[in-house]
Design a protein around this ligand. Structure first.
Ligand code: GUN
Length: 287
């Protein structure tokens, strides 16, 4: 993931530079960050750093945890109308008093680089051009990068979130690159989960339970993509915690043809896909 994302960022850097030379345009990404949750702060810092690295203009607007919903919605409206802003992203999760759905639906679909707006999710559903959520989009780019054959394969996606699992299941089943799979979408109410996973040629684990996927669930030769990233206490680390994926990497990896580590797998690809979406937003809107 790290290597593929670095190469993708290099390509994006060239495209951004060309856009500047030819049309004097610089794509802009604006991120809204509410509260002081440590993981969100780190994710936003990484997004900002990567955006700057490829030559995008990036801005982070920070609000305290207690900010009123109206203040955030008004700011989104202002950004919707700002010609210098190509993409808008509101970092999730949000404080409880703010209606997530209202926030998502206030972002104009043509600037919704997270691909969370129902319009973009509907376009994705129909295989039409819109914005694909960054994590599943990053996984598609990763499969393409390493020329991993997906056509006719059994894919099992674990987790049905609107951000990862559900769009991933749609992308893997669509005709075209990194598609044409027979997809099973598993979730917390799935019966005989292990049997489903054991049949899979491609497993995407996005359930948010550290080391849930064990070696005895994996078909030898399977491709395993780990989307999980959970902080687990570990007093021997300086930070007091370590990051764990949804897959028991040390025991599963010897069985796989391909596997993504955590960190350094799906994460960097998610950020690269977000930057790709921001560039797309700029080109499509012509601003
Ligand atoms: N929080 C965790 N993942 C994401 C993401 O992809 N986008 C946003 N906006 N918030 C997140």
């Amino acid at each position: 993931g790290k290597k593929a994302a670095a190469e993708l960022r290099e390509e994006l850097k060239k495209e951004v530079s060309e856009l500047k030379t030819k049309y004097n345009k610089v794509p802009g990404l604006t991120v809204i960050l509410i509260g002081d949750m440590a993981p969100s702060q780190i994710y936003v810092r990484n997004k900002e750093k990567s955006a700057n690295e490829v030559g995008l203009k990036s801005e982070v607007i920070k609000y305290p945890e207690a900010v009123e919903e109206k203040t955030v919605l008004d700011k989104i409206e202002e950004l919707n109308n700002d010609e210098t802003v190509s993409g808008i992203l509101v970092q999730l999760p949000l404080p409880k008093h703010i209606d997530k759905q209202k926030v998502i639906e206030t972002i104009t679909p043509s600037k919704d680089v997270d691909g969370f707006h129902p319009i973009n999710q509907g376009l994705l559903m129909q295989g039409l051009p819109g914005f694909i959520p960054a994590t599943p989009y990053g996984i598609v780019l990763l499969l393409q990068h390493f020329k991993i054959e997906t056509t006719g394969k059994e894919a099992v996606v674990i987790g049905r979130s609107n951000i990862v699992g559900r769009p991933m299941s749609i992308l893997l089943s669509q005709p075209g690159p990194a598609g044409n799979c027979t997809v099973t979408l598993c979730h917390s109410k799935t019966q005989n989960l292990n049997e489903h996973i054991r049949r899979a040629d491609i497993v995407v684990a996005a359930l948010g339970q550290p080391e849930f996927v064990k070696a005895d669930m994996i078909k030898p030769g399977a491709v395993v993509i780990d989307v999980g990233i959970t902080r687990v206490d570990n007093p021997s680390k300086k930070s007091g915690f370590e990051l764990k994926g949804d897959v028991d990497f040390s025991n599963v990896s010897p069985l796989c043809s391909w596997i993504t580590p955590v960190p350094g797998g799906a994460g960097p690809m998610t950020i690269a896909a977000l930057l790709q979406n921001t560039l797309l937003a700029c080109v499509r809107r012509n601003n």
